[in-house]
Design a binder for this molecule. Sequence first.
Ligand code: PLP
Length: 249
Amino acid sequence: MTRPAVLLIAATDSSGGAGLTRDVRVLTDFGVDALCAVTAVTAQSDQRVAAVHHVPPEVVQSQIAAALETRRLGAVKIGMLGDRATLEAVTDSLAHIAAVPIVVDPVLVSSSGGILLDTPGRTALLEKLLPRATLVTPNVPEVAALLGEPVAADEAGLIAQGQRLRTFGCQAILLKGGHASGEAAVDWLIAPSGSVHRITSERVSGSSRGTGCALASGIAAGLASGLSLLEACRRAKSYVLDAMLTPES
Ligand code: PLP
């Protein structure tokens, strides 16, 4: 039996903390093959984004086309896109992918504060990419930034923001509560039916890079392997928690 495959549409991070190297590691851990379309090359350390080189949009499109010729996909995971031109090129290419779940991690800024999607790109993300997405995975500041609203003050406000984001046309939203406070780390899955599922784990202190990339890739791996959306989110959250609890050698 062939292993499931996920197409990663994402950028490199020279520090290895986030981006494509992280994504590939997660897929490997889940026994899923990675195909890739590189959107940008970033020079990063954990403290700063030193440079971003945008891959020409037509080259991003040819990578996606070649990946589609190569393997049948089980899912697509979209990470850093960088700018509007790349986002539109990717959205146009997705028109050739039918019935494959698409997980979108709305990467806006790095934890060191570097801009990873320009302002026109944010508008295009809402208007063009969200309607194609099976699942979008914003954290608390990202859902507020995308809506142009203040950060939600409580759980009810956050879920209301998630429901507003869903009106842009994505099927489901996973609101990541890592930036919220509280003893447990809670994520909220707003399912295609509109119902809300709480997914909880213990809260790990400190911050760790690339957790958003890892979560979205883990979910894409689960969907490619035939898990339901809720199962894929639960399994990926527990994987990320384990990774945060395991010190790097
Ligand atoms: N750099 C790249 C290339 C990314 O894809 C991402 C997130 O997806 C980040 C940086 C942000 O990661 P962090 O929040 O760990 O800085």
